[in-house]
Design a protein around this ligand. Structure first.
Ligand SMILES: *Cc1c(COP(=O)(O)O)cnc(C)c1O
Length: 391
């Protein structure tokens, strides 16, 4: 087998093989105890994640999308209230807003970091005076949004901050007090996903909300459990969103190696940076914010001319994707369509024309990124990219 035969976009098998004994033991314990729903492992995992993040409360739930939905439900928003969300993100961030009868207010992002900018929040507030009640900074690809200015604006304009931390669990952001805070713990509520490919993934669906406010934590827990605190007494309309006991048991094992896994991703990213350093005229490797660490859920390149179409009508970005595919290098485009161009979000409030989000969907390409990526594989990948650009 040659190098090119074994390159994966994301490798879920290696981490499993490395920990399979602990994972099987943890699962066997659940299966013999048979408390498949709300077993003791669910609370145990929540407490472990609280310690890891230094947050008062973690409330597990069914998946990351549910986490965002329940977070919005817990904030007493009124139908039609505006919720600011970047146009360049996974659909879940905005979907839950619309689903609850709230109004997604789509804003543009920073071309270098792909993240929500504080200026965009101010623009949205001025465009839609008095109607924006919340903002969802998405810590896209593994790096924190600039939370200090975002939190300041939120205080100034009385906005709830719900962090979409599905891609950045384990990242840290520095605030004005000089301290580094775990992403997901700075806003009113943080939301995350344990989808298998996320930095902390389970073996099915899973998610969690986190908050420093115990009263809000109780409310989140209640909403995720049919709006009940006492069985068969329903204080408000909630939903059914639970983390399976089996998944919680698996996550407790995997949480122990989250930092090591994130370090492996950071090392792989540094190797890509070095290998592609001579391509700066044709592409940009991921920029690191100074106030955030980066846990590289994705390693995303921006091709300067990625949106330029060749004589065959294929864009440079799509041509590179095809070229790499033919040479055994899988890549992905996160995300190929900005939210404002999705039929589902037609007629949404947009702040300006969202040129950056639109352009990024045509220029970005994500390279293989996981904890088992070898230097040899990365050298091969970089060689193919250089080959495409004729160098
Ligand atoms: C994965 C993801 C979600 C949703 O998580 P699910 O567990 O798949 O529901 C939400 N937001 C972002 C940014 C994500 O990457």
């Amino acid at each position: 087998m040659t190098v090119r035969d074994d390159i994966k976009m994301c490798d879920l098998l290696q981490p499993y093989l490395q920990q399979h004994e602990q994972i099987h033991a943890a699962m066997a314990e659940v299966m013999t105890a048979t408390a498949f729903i709300n077993g003791p492992q669910v609370g145990a995992f929540a407490r472990q994640l609280e310690d890891y993040l230094s947050v008062k409360r973690v409330v597990p739930c069914g998946n990351g999308t549910d986490a965002l939905q329940i977070a919005l439900m817990a904030l007493d928003l009124e139908p039609g209230d505006g919720v600011i969300v970047p146009a360049f993100t996974y659909v879940a961030s905005a979907e839950v807003i619309a689903l609850l009868g709230l109004n997604p207010v789509l804003v543009d992002v920073d071309p270098d970091t792909f993240l929500l900018q504080p200026e965009a929040i101010e623009e949205a507030i001025h465009y839609y005076p008095g109607r924006c009640r919340a903002v969802i900074p998405v810590h896209l690809f593994g790096q924190s949004c600039p939370m200090e200015p975002i939190l300041q604006l939120a205080r100034q304009y009385d906005l709830y901050v719900i962090e979409d931390n599905a891609q950045a669990l384990g990242a840290r952001c520095q605030l004005a007090d000089g301290k580094w805070y775990a992403t997901g713990t700075m806003g009113a509520i943080g939301c995350t996903s344990f989808f298998p490919t996320k930095n902390l993934g389970c073996m099915g669906d899973g998610g969690a909300m986190m908050t420093q406010d115990q009263v809000l934590g109780d409310r989140l827990h209640r909403i995720a459990n049919h709006g009940q605190r006492v069985k068969y007494r329903h204080d408000e309309v909630g939903c059914n969103s639970r983390l399976d006991t089996l998944q919680a048991a698996i996550l407790s094992v995997k949480l122990k190696s989250l930092d090591a896994a994130n370090q492996a991703r950071q090392q792989a990213a540094a190797r890509y940076d070095a290998l592609l350093a001579d391509c700066a005229d044709v592409l940009q490797t991921p920029l690191r914010s100074t106030d955030s660490t980066h846990v590289f859920h994705q390693y995303t390149l921006t091709l300067w001319e990625g949106n330029r179409h060749g004589s065959d009508g294929v864009s440079q970005r799509d041509a590179l994707k095809q070229y790499l595919q033919e040479r055994g290098v899988p890549t992905m485009v996160y995300y190929p369509i900005p939210l404002h161009q999705q039929p589902a979000f037609k007629g949404c409030t947009c702040i300006g024309d969202l040129p950056v989000a639109t352009q990024l969907t045509q220029q970005v390409i994500a390279l293989p990124m996981h904890t088992a990526l070898t230097q040899e594989q990365q050298m091969y990948i970089a060689d193919q990219i250089r080959g495409f650009f004729g160098r």
